[in-house]
Design a protein around this ligand. Structure first.
Ligand code: NDP
Ligand code: HSE
Length: 437
């Protein structure tokens, strides 16, 4: 049989990783796919630059549209990133009747609804396994492996760069900026690393996970987002004293009123497996009604780990080349006419426990005022830790863990406490999750 000919847009970390994996494992991959997969064309901004992969047998161009329009190319693999040019190239490929594989979570989270609709009309596949959690086959696991379940919630460490930074800060006391620079050098970070640090990349991925878990349209704009840039070593230390780790989690939960979609730093009990997922590794814990909890773990970023997911998608596409488009796995797991229109909840409606760190003047009555305000807002305290006050400065640091409370009530209580004149700095608050059920 003739090989399936593919064109790759982007020869960076993932593009070269994909070419290298296809070259090294070509025979094994062909045994699975039923046909050889051959890279015939590729685009990059600078085609003179030396690459991390052998491009000597590939037609190179600086114009990605040339790859899309190349009559020999049957499958377009978008590994450039960005959302404007990438969107027009992917739509052009679909309109030309070509299947698409992409690792671009921003593209799918922001424009996936339209892309999948167009792909459905044209009878082509758009595969995006690499868009979430790097090399972990989490899309396939949820979309196909858990198809018999009602998924109740999922919680994941879904940004490798952020987890790498938090782990290095905690274990080696390294500085934020220094670890971020290393993550960039290793090819983990996004082109704009604020996407990693401010939680935007994790929010893109969470929007995708929630869509395939619950059968809802992609709704990136409804994800509540907080990054890791405000996490201090002090909070990491207090959390450890109390038996917790701080992880940046993406959480999606089904509730009777609607869906929670949020990414933020989270205290989780250190005995949970997911609390011990460190470095660039990712993990997604899925709680489903029939199977119960399942945990998926692996490298969340990096050249060959991500290429593993890209190539798995290519194998799926090659196998599907001869199947009837109506009988393929739906892009978003559920049939397009069976998506739920239940709302995504405002963060103020979400209930969680909280870690609070307060810096106050060391005066009688301070703690009483704080606990009174919490009580007035229906917030009960699970644990309190007070550092021995600094007598020279007349300051005290108080750590509180609360029981579950509606976020709106916590916002009001924090505003009232911060209005007390003995509060020295704004309150630090970090949400907590038990992740037991
Ligand atoms: P890189 O920045 O390493 O590579 C991007 C490639 O695209 C480069 O080769 C670049 O060319 C090329 N490119 C960009 N713009 C153009 C353009 N206008 N015309 C032609 N070529 C262009 O990115 P990554 O490989 O890290 O990421 C690619 C995608 O994969 C992104 O969507 C990212 O979010 C996603 N992803 C990345 C992971 C990772 O671990 N890095 C993991 C999972 C997903 P040149 O080299 O000449 O500049
Ligand atoms: N920048 C992303 C991360 C790449 O660090 O997780 C993988 O999606």
């Amino acid at each position: 049989m003739t090989p399936v000919k593919i064109g790759i847009l982007g020869l960076g970390t993932v593009g070269c990783g994909t070419i290298n994996v296809l070259a090294r494992n070509g025979t094994e991959i062909a045994r699975r796919a039923g046909r050889d997969i051959q890279v015939v064309a590729a685009a990059a901004r600078d085609i003179q630059r030396e690459r991390e992969c052998d491009c000597s047998q590939i037609r190179l161009t600086t114009d990605p549209a040339e790859v899309v329009n190349d009559p020999e190319v049957e499958v377009v693999v978008e590994l450039m990133g960005g959302t404007d040019l990438a969107l027009s190239l992917v739509l052009a490929a679909i309109d030309a009747g070509k299947h698409v594989v992409t690792a671009n979570k921003a593209l799918i989270a922001l424009h996936g609804n339209g892309i999948f609709e167009r792909a459905q009309e044209k009878g082509v596949m758009v595969a995006f396994e690499a868009a979430v959690a790097g090399g972990i086959p989490i899309i396939k696991a949820i979309r196909e492996g858990l198809a018999g379940n009602q998924i109740e919630w999922l919680a994941g460490i879904i940004n490798g760069t952020g987890n790498f930074i938090l782990s290095e800060m905690r274990d080696k006391g390294r500085d934020f900026e220094d670890v971020l620079a290393e993550a960039q050098a290793l090819g983990y970070a996004e082109a704009d690393p604020t996407f990693d640090v401010e939680g935007i990349d994790a929010a893109h991925k969470l929007a995708i996970l929630a869509s395939i878990a619950f059968g809802i349209p992609l709704q990136f704009d409804r994800v509540a987002v907080e990054g890791i840039s405000d996490i201090t070593r002090e909070d990491v230390g207090f959390a450890a004293e109390l038996g917790y780790r701080i992880k940046h989690l993406g959480i999606a939960r089904r509730t009777p009123k609607g869906y929670e979609l949020r990414v933020h730093p989270t205290l989780i009990p250190e005995r949970r497996l997911i609390a011990n997922v460190d470095g660039v590794m990712n993990a997604v814990l899925v709680h489903a009604d029939a199977v119960g909890p399942t945990l998926y773990y692996g490298a969340g970023a990096g050249a060959e780990a991500t290429a593993s997911a890209v190539v798995a998608d290519l194998v799926d596409v090659v196998r599907a080349l001869t199947t009837d488009p109506e009988n393929r796995v739906p892009h978003l797991a559920f049939q397009p006419d069976a998506l739920s229109d239940k709302p995504v909840l405002d963060l103020a409606e979400v209930e969680t426990s909280f870690y609070l760190r307060l810096r106050t003047q060391d005066r009688p009555g301070v703690l009483a005022d704080i606990t009174r305000i919490l009580g007035e807002h229906g917030i009960s305290i699970e644990a309190i830790l007070q550092r021995e006050p600094d007598p020279e400065r007349g300051e005290a640091t108080i750590i509180m863990l609360t029981h579950k409370v509606r976020e709106g009530a916590m916002n009001e209580a924090i505003a009232a406490i911060e209005a007390l004149d003995h509060l020295l700095t704004p309150i630090t608050r970090i949400r907590m999750e038990g992740l037991a059920r």
